[in-house]
Design a protein around this ligand. Structure first.
Ligand code: DGL
Length: 235
């Protein structure tokens, strides 16, 4: 048993989609969430800058006595998680575009991925595509301006619909039947995306899988909290 908190971070509110899943799957855990707004969006930062923010935030989580760090950001995971694992001894759980399940389930052999520029350009993303999506046509699309709009409270409406329509059009034209949400901010766009996408297109969000992985790691390392310790602190 270990009642130390779980540290979770993202550049903004996106990682709250991951926090919600962790909070409902692991209700006894203390959670500390950091929204690194002063440095958002991460998608526009250099690899070095993303790594530096991830390192500084992890250091701070360690000072708060966190037992595990959840990188609730695809951009930070794909660009910095190897460095974090090589630098710190604490366990890390990250999130990256769910290429593998989409590649397994696609019937048309075409999968769309909406993510930040930083994620799409990362070595880890390219490696994942190479490993799990051989023979699958992956249509990548940068979600330009989406994070900034979501951070300012815009998740639906005419402008958002227009923008999303532009972004998914090449995927639909290519007959994609899965749309992978490769940024933790994008689950907030699901209601708007559902208006635009045909019913046959499955939206893939892997936040629930991340929560399960956190649970597995806590169990494996005997780090689970005892009952009635739950608290959520937001920074
Ligand atoms: N929520 C993020 C992600 O999953 C960060 C996006 C950004 O700050 O550009 O990639």
């Amino acid at each position: 048993m270990d009642n130390a908190p779980i540290g979770i971070f993202d550049s903004g509110i996106g990682g709250l989609s991951v926090l919600n899943e962790i909070a409902s799957l692991l209700p006894n855990e203390n959670l500390i969430y950091v929204s690194d707004n002063a440095h958002a969006p991460y998608g526009a930062l250099s690899v070095k800058e993303i790594q530096e923010r991830s390192r500084i935030l992890t250091q701070w989580f360690l000072e708060q006595n966190c037992k595990i760090v959840v990188v609730a950001c695809n951009t930070a995971t794909t660009n910095a998680i190897s460095l974090l694992r090589n630098t710190f001894e604490i366990p890390f759980v990250g999130i990256e575009p769910a290429i593998k399940p989409a590649a397994i389930h696609t019937k048309t052999g075409v999968v769309g991925v909406l993510a930040t520029k930083g994620t799409l350009a990362s070595d880890l993303f390219h490696q994942t595509v190479k490993t799990y999506a051989g023979g699958i046509d992956i249509i990548e699309q940068e979600g330009k301006n989406l994070v900034t709009m979501i951070e300012s409270g815009v998740t639906d409406g005419e402008t958002m619909e227009y923008l999303l329509h532009e972004y998914v059009k090449p995927m639909l034209d290519a007959k994609a039947d899965h749309l992978v949400l490769g940024c933790t901010h994008y689950p907030f766009l699901i209601p708007c995306l559902q208006k635009i996408l045909p019913n046959e297109v499955t939206i893939v969000d892997c936040s629930p899988a991340v929560a399960k992985q956190v649970g597995r790691i806590l169990e494996k390392n005997q780090l689970e909290a005892s009952k009635a310790q739950k608290g959520i602190t937001l920074f």
